[in-house]
Design a protein. Structure first.
Length: 73
C-alpha cells in the first residue's frame, strides 16, 4: 500500500535539501551577503527579523542616494 502524506506534514528530506542549497547570487556583494546571512530556522517568530534585514540590505543597494554622498577615492 502506498503511503500518502498530508500537505501539512513536513518532510525531513525537503528540509535537508533546502538547507544544503546555496543562496542565490545577484552579483551585488551587499545583497549576496544579506541572502547568505538569511537564516530561516525552526523558530518562525524570528523569520520577520531575518526578512527585514535582507530587505534593508536590498533597499540600501538599490537606493544608495538615501545613504548620503559616497566618499570619493
Amino acid at each position: 500500500m502506498e503511503e500518502h502524506r498530508s500537505v501539512e506534514e513536513p518532510d525531513d528530506r525537503d528540509a535537508a535539501a533546502r538547507a544544503a542549497a546555496p543562496p542565490p547570487t545577484t552579483g551585488h556583494a551587499e545583497i549576496d551577503r544579506a541572502l547568505a546571512d538569511l537564516d530561516l530556522g525552526e523558530d518562525v517568530h524570528q523569520h520577520h527579523d531575518a526578512y527585514a534585514a535582507a530587505v534593508e540590505a536590498v533597499q540600501r543597494a538599490l537606493n544608495p542616494a538615501a545613504q548620503g554622498p559616497r566618499p570619493q577615492p
